[in-house]
Design a protein around this ligand. Structure first.
Ligand SMILES: [Zn+2]
Length: 189
C-alpha cells in the first residue's frame, strides 16, 4: 500500500546509485528515487508536470500555476482517498479538464482520481448517462457518480459566466460561484 518507507531504489551493480555518469542503471535508480521524492513532497508539482506534458502532446492550451489547483484528500467524483507519493494507480490524483477542448486553463480543471478520470475519458454527458443505465452492471454506480460530477461542473461554468457579466466585486453570482467552487473541491458524500 504505502511505499513511502521502502528503501530508495538501488542499482543492481552498484547498490547506492553513485555512478550516474557512467552507469545507466545507477541513473535510472537515482531518477526513480528523485521522482518518488517529488511525488511525496510536492504532489502539486507532479500533477502540473503531467498536465503540462499532456497539453504539449495534444496541442492544448496550458496556463496553470500552483494556486490554480486544489488537491483534496478524497476524489470529488468517487470519494476514494487520493494517494500521492506513489507510482501511478487508480487512486492517484489526476487533473480533469472539465471542458476537454479548452485545455489546462484556470477554472477548467479539477483534481479527481485517475480512476474517475479514465471512466470519464472523452465521453459526453449523454454517453456517461447511458453507461450508468446500460453499461457493465458493476460499473453503473460509478458512471452515475461521473455523470453527477459532469453535471455539477457544467452548472458551475454557467454560474461563472453569469458572474463574469456582473462587474461588481462581490456580485451574487460571484458569491455563488465561490461557494460552489469550494464545495466541489472535495467529496460531498
Ligand atoms: Zn550502477
Amino acid at each position: 500500500m504505502n511505499d513511502f518507507k521502502l528503501d530508495p531504489p538501488v542499482c543492481p551493480a552498484h547498490g547506492k546509485p553513485t555512478k550516474r555518469e557512467a552507469c545507466p542503471a545507477c541513473n535510472a535508480a537515482y531518477m526513480r528515487g528523485y521522482l518518488r521524492k517529488i511525488r511525496q513532497t510536492r504532489p502539486h508539482k507532479t500533477i502540473l508536470e503531467r498536465a503540462r506534458k499532456r497539453a504539449r502532446r495534444q496541442g492544448l492550451p496550458y496556463s496553470l500555476r500552483r494556486q490554480d489547483i486544489s488537491l483534496p484528500a478524497r476524489c470529488p467524483v468517487l470519494g476514494i482517498s487520493l494517494r500521492t507519493g506513489q507510482s501511478r494507480s487508480p487512486a492517484s490524483p489526476s487533473l480533469d479538464r472539465i471542458d476537454p477542448v479548452q485545455g489546462y486553463i484556470p477554472g477548467n480543471v479539477r483534481v479527481i482520481s485517475d480512476h474517475a478520470n479514465k471512466l470519464k475519458g472523452n465521453r459526453c454527458l449523454a454517453d456517461i448517462r447511458s453507461l450508468s443505465l446500460k453499461g457493465p452492471p458493476a460499473r453503473r454506480a460509478k458512471y452515475q457518480a461521473v455523470a453527477a460530477y459532469v453535471e455539477r461542473e457544467a452548472l458551475l461554468v454557467e454560474v461563472r459566466q453569469k458572474a463574469a457579466r456582473d462587474p461588481r466585486p462581490n456580485s451574487p453570482w460571484q458569491v455563488i460561484a465561490d461557494f460552489l467552487e469550494r464545495r466541489f473541491r472535495s467529496f460531498a458524500g
